[in-house]
Design a protein around this ligand. Structure first.
Ligand SMILES: [Zn+2]
Ligand SMILES: [Zn+2]
Length: 264
C-alpha cells in the first residue's frame, strides 16, 4: 500500500491520459492520492477528480504563486468548497520567496487568512515553503498557539529545510513530506532528513507533474512514481521498502482523515 500526499492531477499535463495515469497508480498499489488546489478553479477541479476517482481526495486553497489572485469573497468560496465530504485539508498554501510570483506582503496575508480558515474548519494544512522556511516557522509558531488539540496540524510538502527545522516542525505537530529530489545525486540535507525524521511523522509525495524522481527525471511525474521516493527512504534508513510504504500511507490517512470540528 502506498499514498501520494501531494499531487496536481488537475493540471493540463494530465488532460490526455488522466484515466491511464490513475490506473497505473492503482497497479503500483496507491490507495490514497491527495490532490492539491492552487486557486479557485483548480480547487474545484480537485474536487471533481475526487468525485470521479475513489482514491483521490482534495484540498482547497491559494498557492503562494497565486496569492495575488485571491479576491475578497474567495475565502468564503474556499469555506463553501471545504464542506464537500472529500475535501480533507486547506492547501497548498504558504510562502515562496524564490519565485516571488505574488508580492511578499500579499503572500503573508493570504497564507495567514487561510491558516485561520483551516483552524476555524478544523482542517489540516498542506504548506509550500521555498526560500522562506524561517518566516514560515515563525508564522506557524504563532498559529499553533491559537489551536487547542495536539493532533496533526499539517504537513510541510517537498521539505527542503534541515534536520533542526524538521524537529521544530515536528514539535509543532507537523508532518514532513519528502518528494523526488531525495533521489537526485547530490541530495545531502534531504537524505539526512529522510534518515532521521521519526517514521510516524514522515509522508511521501510526488508533487506531480513536477519533481520527477530518478530514473524518470526529465519526464512528467505521476503518482505511481512515489514508489521511487519510498525506495530511497527505505535504502537510507536501512529498512524494508514495505515498512516505509505502510507507515507513510498510514500517516497520510491519519493526517488528512482528521475529524472536522464543523461536522461535530
Ligand atoms: Zn508546492
Ligand atoms: Zn504542489
Amino acid at each position: 500500500v502506498l499514498a501520494d500526499s501531494h499531487a496536481h492531477l488537475d493540471m493540463g499535463e494530465f488532460d490526455e491520459d488522466r484515466d491511464a495515469v490513475i490506473e497505473r497508480a492503482r497497479q503500483a498499489g496507491l490507495a490514497t492520492i491527495i490532490n492539491m488546489g492552487c486557486d479557485l478553479p483548480s480547487s474545484a477541479m480537485a474536487i471533481a477528480l475526487a468525485e470521479r476517482y475513489p482514491e483521490v481526495y482534495a484540498t482547497v486553497g491559494f498557492h503562494p504563486h497565486d496569492a495575488a489572485k485571491m479576491a475578497p469573497g474567495d475565502l468564503n468560496g474556499l469555506a463553501e468548497m471545504a464542506r464537500h465530504p472529500k475535501v480533507v485539508g486547506i492547501g497548498e498554501i504558504g510562502l515562496d520567496f524564490y519565485r516571488d510570483r505574488s508580492p511578499r506582503d500579499v503572500q503573508r496575508r493570504v497564507f495567514q487568512e487561510q491558516l485561520a480558515l483551516a483552524a476555524e474548519l478544523g482542517l489540516p494544512v498542506a504548506i509550500h515553503s521555498r526560500n522562506a522556511l524561517s518566516e514560515t516557522l515563525e508564522i506557524l509558531h504563532n498559529w499553533t498557539r491559537s489551536l487547542r488539540g495536539r493532533e496533526g496540524r499539517g504537513v510541510l510538502h517537498c521539505y527542503s529545510g534541515d534536520v533542526r527545522q524538521a524537529e521544530e516542525l515536528i514539535d509543532l505537530s507537523f508532518y514532513i513530506s519528502l518528494a523526488g529530489p531525495i533521489t537526485y545525486p547530490g541530495a545531502r540535507t534531504a537524505v539526512e532528513v529522510a534518515r532521521t525524521v521519526p517514521l510516524d511523522r514522515l509522508l511521501v509525495e510526488t508533487d506531480c507533474p513536477f519533481l520527477t524522481p530518478q530514473p524518470h527525471r526529465g519526464k512528467r511525474n505521476e503518482p505511481a512514481y512515489v514508489a521511487y521516493v519510498v525506495k530511497k527512504i527505505a535504502q537510507v534508513r536501512d529498512m524494508p521498502v514495505e515498512a516505509v510504504a505502510e507507515a507513510t500511507a498510514q500517516n497520510t490517512i491519519r493526517l488528512f482523515a482528521r475529524r472536522r470540528r464543523a461536522e461535530g
